[in-house]
Design a protein around this ligand. Sequence first.
Ligand SMILES: O=C(CCC(O)(O)[C@H](Cc1ccccc1)NC(=O)c1ccccc1)N[C@@H](Cc1ccccc1)C(=O)O
Ligand SMILES: [Zn+2]
Length: 588
Amino acid sequence: SVNDELLAKEFLGDFNTRAMDVYSKSAFKAWDYNTNITEYNREQMVNSNLETAVFSKDMSGYANAFDQTGFTTDTKRQLDSIRYIGSAALPDEELEELENILSGMESRYSTGKPCEAGTCYSLEPDLTRIMATSHDYSELYWAWNAWRAEVGAPAREDYTRYVELKNQAAIANDQPDAGAYWRSYYEVDNLQEITEKLYDELQPLYEQLHAYVRRKLFNRYGADYINLRGPIPAHILGNMWAQSWSNLYDICEPFPGKQAVDITPALVEQNYDALRMFELSDEFFESLGLIKMPQEFWDHSMIEKPDDGRDVVCHASAWDFSNQVDFRIKQCTDITMDDFITIHHEMGHIEYYLQYKDLPVVYRGGANPGFHEAVGDVLALSVSTPKHLKEVGLIDEVVDDQEADLNFLMSIALDKISFLPFGYLMDQYRWGIFNGTTPESKFNEDWWKLRLRYQGIIPPTTRTEEDFDPAAKYHIPADVPYIRYFISFVLQFQFHETLCEAAGQTQELYKCDIYNSTDAGTLLANMLKMGSSKPWPEALDAIIGSTEISAQSLINYFQPLIDYLKEQNEMNGDTVGWAEMYTPKDPE
Ligand SMILES: O=C(CCC(O)(O)[C@H](Cc1ccccc1)NC(=O)c1ccccc1)N[C@@H](Cc1ccccc1)C(=O)O
Ligand SMILES: [Zn+2]
């Protein structure tokens, strides 16, 4: 083996040039498929991925040939990131099988359209709108079941083979299973302990919100469907996966009519379209002195669902074409507050791409995947404040008192606190499958055990192993890890706290809006510029001055609401938790 750092650096330079070319070609093929799902585009993408895998395998061989003794940390870090190549480590035949399974699962999910009485319903926007706006127990029941029948159960066979191939690839990358391989992105040997500790600290907040919301749903749907000491039926929480409950704001509002916080009506009234929503978001990023979206972004992004009958992957994503020029968002934007927030989330990914675009390709990633998910959400915390929404004309007046504050905190909690158990359980579930704890015979049973244990929800109707409900959530058939979002939801409040200090905002954290603060922007940008060139505690230290991830900032932010929820639950005589199992009545 070669112990020559000059040679290693020459190899790394050569790799960087060739990798940009190879990755760029396959990104454009993937873009063509994602924005126009056809058999031809699918095959083009699969073949391109197979070519990329040949390149990755070659490069991994070269990187492995170096004896790193005495090499600098940076050279070692770059070589190591080239050595581990994911599914490309599979033999050609297995890799092709996996690529076909992956694109097949993605197609099934993205083209799924359940039909009823001659009308067919897409997930976005049709079923999403029903789940968000309907108060009809049986209509919600239909949408919830129809989606799972269409894209869940049919994915089960593919998923079983997917698990085998993913584990085979992990072993070829010196990892015991695919879950261990995914966790290795975080470069710590105790990620499960870290996330479990965070969850234990946050669980009390969730169970207060759960009890409060259960009471409100009891008032709406009655004792036939809601048990005040039990779990909540999964289909009446305003979201297809019960992962964010902001669409229940109308029945959860602490002080009705005191302070409007839902801007969906205003967006529609003021004739906002997707482009104007994107421009408003970009303007916020620019106000911090961050890099604005380049012209290519505006020229080539797909920000609306095409109306020419094409099938597209509607689930939002942000793309880096590895050529330091092309950066795009693909989103089927609906004119809602939810989608306005998602725009910031996706633009946060693009901002990260722009900030690290001149680093070596191997360092063009988040400090850890949770960092990448947090960037846009941090800015959205400022954008969502009544103060900011008034400044951009989306609400008429700001009421500045305790009651208005609680209304606002409730609207944010219904997104952020409700998400925590879901963000936590998604990969608990998949880690359990990958390490063999959950056998194929219990794929659905174990899913609902976790959904009950962490979210306190139950299916509205009996589920069996004929079903495969996890596959009704994009990230499962799309092979996208999820613990990144749980970590992001904790990190984003630590970032928010620090950026608010940098912006000289001294009042309560939940009132802070960093708009126009280039001091805050600079602090954020300096961390983003690091990409994945250093272990994530160093990036965390660079922005917040500590290497520790902590739930304390999130708890501080919501403290007034937590007190309110405890008071309300006690006043209603409601016990927190969901110990009493029951079966909701079937809808008429
Ligand atoms: O899935 C997303 C947003 C899509 C995305 O931006 O995270 C996207 C997912 C994805 C899609 C295709 C392939 C891989 C990942 N991720 C990115 O576009 C992305 C990922 C890593 C780096 C840069 C961009 N959000 C999650 C969780 C979430 C986050 C924030 C608010 C609400 C909900 C969800 O909807 O369940
Ligand atoms: Zn994201």
